[in-house]
Design a protein around this ligand. Structure first.
Ligand code: NAP
Length: 278
């Protein structure tokens, strides 16, 4: 996924939320491109099974230095204390790219405005991203120094946000706010990092994964997970500030952000019965 300006084509990449869905698809595709990919999720066994399945499917294509291209790195992104040293403890010395895909989705059903649920969703989707950045920044900085003397490409932080943060969707008080917070955090981080690192925030519409398999409302322009990963990887090469797909849903929702808030309020009341976007 990196541009050819780099002198070393093999990158070290960390993908959180790589035990399923978008994160897993991205991690496997990157490993197949020859990169060394650390994959995270909360359950060791699930990650080990993914590594084993990947190696047995792709055989020698999937090995680097007689080990797998995929390396299991179990962690819970909400565990502040454990996250600080998670990469050091795994022996990671430097990183080229991090992909922050760990996430969860729960919907509000009024009148139950559940503070515990709102905290839980924000712990994973927002503070989980913050924790992963705290863990990874020292390693990304090492790469940034090497990039200054052109021996490496600049490090890249990619966060998987959501179009739900564009507008206040019904039932998305927890999920949408967590995604708005993480996008803002990453945008702010980009400003502070200056030209040392690139930061891309990805805004998917609906992607078919275990997360959306639970949804009981219509999901317009649903994208297959494999296609979603291909789109992200293809676009990420140019290191844009944002990646949003599918284009038609993005256009529709972006146009709605331009409407006077009063008009949107009328539309959103009609959306309420059909549920919120993930
Ligand atoms: N699917 C969509 O339509 C859609 C749309 C917009 C944005 N997104 C975003 O895309 C990202 C990936 O979602 P997905 O659809 O691929 O969902 P998914 O298949 O449910 O994957 C979620 C991943 O997050 C990991 N995870 C959850 N809580 C975690 C925690 N506390 N610590 C570490 N890992 C944790 C899960 O691993 P374990 O459970 O094994 O820990 C899993 O690997 C999420 O951030 C989601 O909000 C998805």
């Amino acid at each position: 996924m990196q541009q050819s300006t780099s002198t070393s084509k093999t990158k070290t990449i960390w993908v959180t939320g790589a035990s399923s869905g978008i994160g897993r698809a991205l991690a496997e595709k990157l490993a197949l491109q020859g990169h060394r990919v650390y994959i995270s999720g909360r359950t060791s066994q699930t990650l080990d099974d993914i590594v084993q399945q990947f190696d047995s499917t792709y055989g020698s294509k999937a090995t680097i230095n007689s080990g797998s291209q995929l390396i299991a790195l179990p962690c819970d992104v909400t565990d502040d204390a454990a996250m600080v040293n998670v990469l050091q403890q795994a022996g990671v010395q430097d990183l080229d790219t991090i992909i922050l895909s760990a996430g969860t989705c729960e919907y509000i059903d009024l009148p139950n405005l559940d503070i515990n649920m709102i905290r839980r969703v924000n712990e994973t989707n927002y503070f989980g991203v913050v924790n992963a950045c705290i863990a990874a920044l020292p390693m990304l900085e090492i790469t940034a120094v090497a990039a200054k003397n052109a021996s490496r490409e600049r490090p890249h932080i990619i966060g998987i946000g959501s179009m739900s943060s564009y507008l206040g969707f019904p039932r998305a008080e927890a999920y949408g706010s967590s995604k708005a917070a993480m996008s803002y955090f990453l945008e702010s981080l980009r400003s502070d990092l200056g030209d040392r690192m690139d930061v891309t925030v990805v805004y998917p519409g609906f992607v078919k994964t275990p997360m959306t398999d639970r949804n009981d409302f219509p999901m317009p322009f649903l994208v297959e997970v494999d296609d979603a990963a291909d789109i992200i990887l293809r676009k990420a090469v140019r290191r844009p500030l944002t990646i949003a797909f599918p284009a038609r849903l993005n256009l529709l929702l972006k146009s709605m952000t331009l409407l006077p808030r009063l008009w949107y309020s009328g539309i959103s009341k009609r959306l309420r019965r059909s549920g919120a976007g993930s």
